[in-house]
Design a binder for this molecule. Structure first.
Ligand code: F6P
Length: 319
């Protein structure tokens, strides 16, 4: 193996730059040439790539986002575009690819590998932490801390003005961010895609609490479980309490990666290159039980299984 390429795809996650830095510098250390591909799979389709050196990744370790840019590239599912991407790989003598992204990125990588047998390794990056078989994808920790800081601020106004707040966080199919911030933020309730909920039951608990003298609530909702605006409207109608929605949105995707996000990103980036050099392919690297581990793409792209009940029940007991 002489030359590898690195790309970031799907939604950006804080720590992607640290991972790129590790892939480039570790690759160079192991006598590889490393090409940076811009805008994810689209860059491979369009031949948008260039050779990187050590200096190409200077001063980026602390920056959110990705210097390689990223994109969702639905056309990559079509054979003619995959074929164009393969031509770029051949033309540039690329012997292996490191894909930094989430389960959508790994699905594409898996399909590309199956068709063209170009060795490919994934690096688990996702603010949603929705990659199956991986306990922690990098980026999630930063996003959770960003959302938690916002919830702490909301708590001040919620208690001062004696209101109910419904705070919507990211997480289309996975409630991990919502559960983490609801637990860490001492929130009263949490609505996630993995659990059915009954709004009337929740409102009943709010009214009962209010009768006992409780005056403020923060209810966290993962975007995949509902809209904060709609839910807040219904809570106000049912309980008559002043209720406000807050949609945190893309603020959760940006910002300086935490030490934990950087640490995982750097180690996973290094491990992805090492794996390619050892002939490993069609797998993702992620944090499992506190250790860097390899997970088959086949597993990583399935719906995430994790201990939802543990976190969910603790939130309920402590609220
Ligand atoms: O990257 C994951 C994620 O942030 C999800 O939580 C969210 O549903 C989605 O991306 C939003 O994607 P986009 O920025 O493309 O609208």
């Amino acid at each position: 193996m002489k030359r590898i390429a690195v790309l970031t795809t799907g939604g950006d996650a804080p720590g992607m730059n640290a991972a790129i830095r590790a892939v480039v510098r570790f690759g160079i250390n192991r006598k590889l040439e490393v090409m940076g591909v811009f805008r994810g799979w689209c860059g491979l389709i369009n031949g948008d790539l260039r050779l990187f050196d050590s200096h190409s990744v200077s001063g980026i370790i602390n920056q959110g986002g990705t210097i390689l840019k990223t994109a969702r590239c639905p056309e990559f599912h079509e054979e003619k575009y995959q074929e164009r991407a393969f031509q770029t790989v051949k033309k540039n003598n690329i012997d292996g690819i490191v894909v930094i992204g989430g389960n959508g990125s790994f699905r594409a990588a898996h399909s590309f590998y199956q068709k063209y047998k170009v060795p490919v390794m994934g690096v688990a990056a996702s603010i949603d932490n929705d990659i199956n078989g991986v306990d922690y994808a990098f980026g999630a920790d930063t996003a959770i801390n960003t959302a938690l800081a916002a919830i702490d601020n909301i708590r001040d106004t919620a208690t001062s003005m004696e209101r109910v707040f419904v705070v919507e966080v990211m997480g289309r199919d996975c409630g991990f961010i919502a559960l983490s911030v609801a637990l860490g933020g001492g929130c009263e309730d949490v609505l996630i895609p993995e659990k059915k909920y009954d709004l009337h039951e929740m409102c009943h608990a709010i009214v009962e609490g209010n009768l006992r003298g409780k005056v403020s609530w923060i209810i966290v909702v993962a975007e995949g479980a509902g809209s904060a605006v709609d839910i807040a409207k219904q809570i106000k109608e049912i309980t008559t309490l002043e209720t406000r929605p807050v949609v945190l949105g893309h603020v959760q995707r940006g910002g300086r990666p935490t030490a934990f996000s950087r640490d995982i990103a750097l180690n996973l980036g290094k491990m992805a290159v090492e794996s390619l050099l050892n002939g490993v392919t069609d797998k993702a690297v992620g944090l499992v039980a506190g250790k860097i581990a390899l997970v088959d793409f086949e597993t990583a792209i399935k719906k995430k299984e994790y201990n939802v009940d543990n976190m969910f029940n603790l939130i309920k007991v402590l609220s």
